[in-house]
Design a binder for this molecule. Structure first.
Ligand code: GUN
Ligand code: ZN
Length: 445
């Protein structure tokens, strides 16, 4: 943990806030039981916010009578739920989202690395960090876990911008010492020193969590992976984020670079980079041994469906992994992912499920985008749930945000049938409001 005194947590407005609407919460995982039984939906419900936290959840009329001093926000039939948690992003790729026509390795070399080089300028990093958090908040995302660039200033920029907004964030400086432009490469020692300095400054400060961030095995020497493993052992409350088995070409490349490794995951395991607080992005083409080791160690895999179709990576095995008891988060993977929206991301997860013959229920999609991602980030006691005592990080969903969605929702026969068209067709227009740390976030125009 940080040696620094923690910054005070956001307390939100002094006056209590009372949000009235249709409250949606989960009491269990919808992958462990009938999905609709894992969730409760209360029309005429309310959420009371005090001191930046959820102070009460209950019947709207009753809470209103009990808290006459509270400022009231009337959301009607809109759905009040936990804000979205995006478990794997690259904030530094904001400006190159939707770049055409390349698969992973060419996409990195053509679009990504040149853009990441621009973060040598701290002012550019600060500008993109602010732009990124504006865009994601407008899409209902209240926490992200982000790769930064190899420049420590890029991580400083995101941590500082999130802190100024009272927002929980997970981030880490990328470690990368080969197979990338010289201007982006550090060394094993530099990555260790710079990451350690960032951990000491930011990890556990306010709402910040540090993630040790070796980009992926092809861009690190074994010496650098060792250094990152040692750093993690010295700071075991940090998360560790990386990429795993995204594309077949990448896996073949890893085999050539690490001839002794039993498989891709073993390149991490052999260097102390497999563990319960590990986050492994993509994880599409997994060997049985890799699945067994992830299950045994409790490492989390993060599904990035718009990225997987956009970069042409493959079809994630959501139902198989869930049935095995794996920890799974959901993420945009901006800018390999083609959207900032977790609604669009849920839609893509649904479509990939269909391509594998296993459609996900709307409750499962919303759970993945909130509780599932929060659990993967080991932040489930703080975010991802509409629960008393949790941070007041909330999204309010308009289920009739466009004429196309409204006419379909009008035909709905129950809550879930009404919610599903917004998952499939919704975007930032469906985000009626967002609350972060008990503060109402004004949407950017
Ligand atoms: N693998 C290594 N780096 C990246 C990245 O920036 N995006 C994606 N999608 N995969 C990666
Ligand atoms: Zn990624």
């Amino acid at each position: 943990m940080s040696q620094n005194a923690p910054a005070s947590r956001p307390t939100g407005p002094a006056r209590a806030q009372l949000l009235l609407g249709r409250c949606l919460r989960f009491s269990a995982s919808p992958f462990d039981m009938a999905p609709t039984e894992a969730a409760q939906i209360d029309s005429g419900g309310a959420v009371l916010i005090e001191g930046g936290r959820i102070a009460a959840i209950g019947d709207g009329a009753a809470l209103r009578a009990a808290h006459p001093q509270a400022e009231v926000h009337e959301y009607g039939r809109a759905v009040i739920m936990a804000g979205f948690v995006d478990a794997h992003v690259h904030f530094a790729q904001t400006a190159i989202i939707a770049s055409w026509g390349k698969r992973l390795i060419d996409w990195l070399n053509t679009y990504t690395f040149p853009e990441e080089m621009r973060f040598a300028d701290p002012a550019y990093g600060a500008q993109i960090a602010a732009r990124y958090l504006d865009l994601t908040a407008a899409h209902g995302t209240t926490t992200v876990a982000s790769f930064c660039t190899s420049h420590p200033a890029s991580a400083e920029a995101l941590f500082a911008e999130a802190e100024a907004r009272g927002q929980a964030v997970v981030a880490g400086k990328v470690a990368m010492d080969r197979n990338a432009p010289d201007a982006l490469c550090d060394t094993a020692q530099r990555a260790y020193d710079e990451s350690k300095a960032l951990i000491e400054k930011w990890h556990g400060r306010g709402r910040a969590t540090y993630a040790i961030t070796p980009r992926f095995s092809p861009t690190s020497t074994p010496e650098q992976l060792d250094a990152m493993g040692a750093l993690w052992a010295e700071h075991p409350t940090c998360l560790m984020q990386t990429h795993l088995s995204e594309q077949l070409d990448e896996i073949a490349w890893v085999k050539g670079l690490y001839p002794q490794a039993r498989d891709y995951l073993d390149t991490y395991e052999a260097h102390g980079l497999l563990g319960a607080r590990g986050l492994y992005g993509h994880a599409i083409h997994l060997e049985p041994r890799e699945r067994a080791r992830l299950r045994e160690t409790g490492g989390a895999v993060v599904h990035c469906p718009t990225s997987n179709s956009f970069i042409g990576s493959g079809l994630f095995d959501m139902n198989g992994l869930m049935a095995e008891g794996q920890m799974v988060g959901l993420a945009t993977d901006t800018g390999g992912g083609s959207s900032f929206s977790m609604l669009r991301t849920m839609a893509a997860a649904y479509e990939i499920g269909q391509l594998r013959g296993a459609p996900l229920h709307a409750a499962q999609l919303l759970w993945l985008a909130t509780c599932g991602s929060a659990r993967a980030l080991h932040l489930e006691d703080e975010i991802g749930h509409l629960e008393v005592g949790h941070a007041a990080d909330l999204v309010v969903l308009d289920l009739a945000s466009t004429p196309a969605i409204a006419q379909r929702a009008a035909r709905a026969h129950d809550h879930w049938d009404e919610i599903f068209p917004t998952i499939m067709m919704g975007d930032d227009r469906a985000i009626a409001d967002v609350w972060i740390g008990g503060r109402r976030v004004r949407r950017t125009p």
